[in-house]
Design a protein around this ligand. Structure first.
Ligand code: PEP
Length: 251
């Protein structure tokens, strides 16, 4: 879809020390500077590497993002980072509601929505993650779960410019397993219809829906070629510049 530019987003999770992170970002920046690309690229390192990676990426058109933010702007929240702080550190975007946050930190749809609102308030694009667990899929609840998460996690003020949705079946994250291409397309089309119910057809038609879960160079072409897949959120394969770049080049 010409309206929706493919977004290739890397989630480094809790990986990367200074030298490795700088090298990885440097390799991506060099490739992006060498020639303009049809896809947009976003790199989300851990908080400790934001400034270093941001400096390395500067002038390359690759966007910098955080992996989480607090719903408040500032205050007594030891260990947390606000959206305004991410913006101040050079970020253009932030991932919210990743399944590892929902599981490790018990984040609810309401909290994810509040974080997305905070991101918008700070001028950041929110990458809002949703997706069913294996048990939910086995019980035939995939569409219900994703409908509930769209309804509960997206702010009313979400637009195609300030929000990206990432469909990440929890059972496909870091496992090497993925749904079939037909299953991915079915869920993406369903999610877009649910976004349309909530925000209207115009916004839904322009909003990017990324697929996440064991995307790698070997399956990226098929997944990124699907009608309602507008990019990828990539964990493991974003830690090697050749693999991450190859995913971008397969769109
Ligand atoms: C993720 O962390 O969002 C993810 C999709 O991980 P992986 O690509 O490793 O499955």
């Amino acid at each position: 879809n010409a309206e929706r530019r493919i977004l290739i987003a890397g989630n480094w999770k809790m990986n990367g020390l200074g030298a490795d992170g700088g090298e990885l970002a440097g390799a991506l920046a060099a490739r992006m500077k060498a020639a303009p690309q049809p896809f947009e690229m976003l790199v989300c390192p851990p908080f400790t590497l934001l400034s270093r990676v941001g400096e390395t990426l500067s002038g390359s058109a690759i966007l910098l993002g955080g992996q989480d933010c607090h719903a408040q702007v500032s205050g007594a929240h030891t260990g947390d980072i606000s959206a305004a702080m991410l913006k101040d550190a050079g970020c253009a975007a932030v991932i919210v509601g990743h399944s590892e946050r929902r599981t490790d930190h018990g984040e609810s749809d309401a909290q994810v929505k509040a974080k997305a609102e905070a991101a918008h308030g700070a001028g950041l694009m929110a990458v809002i993650c949703i997706g069913e667990t294996e048990q939910e899929r086995d019980r035939g609840q995939t569409l219900d779960v994703n409908a509930r998460q769209v309804a509960g996690s997206l702010p009313d003020g979400a637009t195609a410019a300030n929000t990206v949705v990432a469909y990440e079946p929890v059972w496909a994250i870091g496992t090497g397993r993925t749904p079939s291409a037909d299953e991915v397309q079915e869920v993406h089309a369903f999610i877009r219809a649910e976004i349309a119910k909530k925000l209207g057809a115009d916004i839904a038609g322009g909003m990017r829906i990324l697929y996440g879960g064991s995307m790698k160079p070997g399956n990226a072409r098929e997944l990124l070629g699907l009608a309602d897949v507008d990019g990828g959120l990539i964990g493991g394969a974003s830690l090697k510049s050749e693999d991450f770049w190859a995913i971008g080049e397969s769109c």
